[in-house]
Structures are given as structure tokens and as C-alpha cells.
Design a protein around this ligand. Sequence first.
Ligand SMILES: [Zn+2]
Length: 132
Amino acid sequence: MKKPALERAIAAALSLRFAPADADVRRTIGGIIVETCTGDKQLEIATRVISREMSEWPGPAEFRRMIGAAVKAAFQLPAGCPRCLGVDFVIVEKDGSSMGQRCSCKRGQVLALMDAKRRTGTASGKDCSTAS
Ligand SMILES: [Zn+2]
């Protein structure tokens, strides 16, 4: 994740009407954006959502929801199958206890891949952690 893309997203958020002037809240905005976006592509999506769909600061919860939804939609995840629809997990029995894991359907596979990338910090996630 290159800094200019992140700065553009934060600048877009701060330019909203009623955007908080408080330094702590500004840091929170940056934190939400970093948490929600794992690469420049997502940051661009976030910046676009902020500048096109928000006319004023929607509050942190709604801000997070809107960006998260847009980033998720941009990834165009396949629809879940009846087993995992709505929760993105299936419950499996293993050694006598239940645990949740990604489904074996197309959506589950994509989600598992994203999980793996997040864990190992490869691909787009790497850009984020190496940002300086
Ligand atoms: Zn499924």
C-alpha cells in the first residue's frame, strides 16, 4: 500500500461536510481505512465511495460499513451455496468438537484464499504492512 493512495482516501474523508476536526477522530478515520483496505486498489475504491457517495461525514460505524461493502462488492465474490449462505462459514465436527471453517464452494474457496493472504501477508496485504 503506497502512502499517497492512503492519504488521498483520508483527505477525501476529511473533506466531507461535518468531518471531525478532532485529531483523535482523524486517526480513527485513518485506522478504519487501513483496516478495511488491504491495497491500493481497495484504497481507490474507498476514495471513490467517499467522494461520490458520501456528502457528509456519516459517523465511524456507517463509514466503515460503506467502505467495507464497496470493497467487498468490488471483489465480486461468488454467491455462497445454501450451506454457507449468509455466514460465509460452515460448521464441521472435528475430534468431537464443532468448528467453523470456510465452505468448499466457490465463494468459500475465494474467502479461504483471502484469509491465507491476510495471514501470510502476501500479495496486496504485503503492500499494506510495508507502507512507511
Ligand atoms: Zn458454500
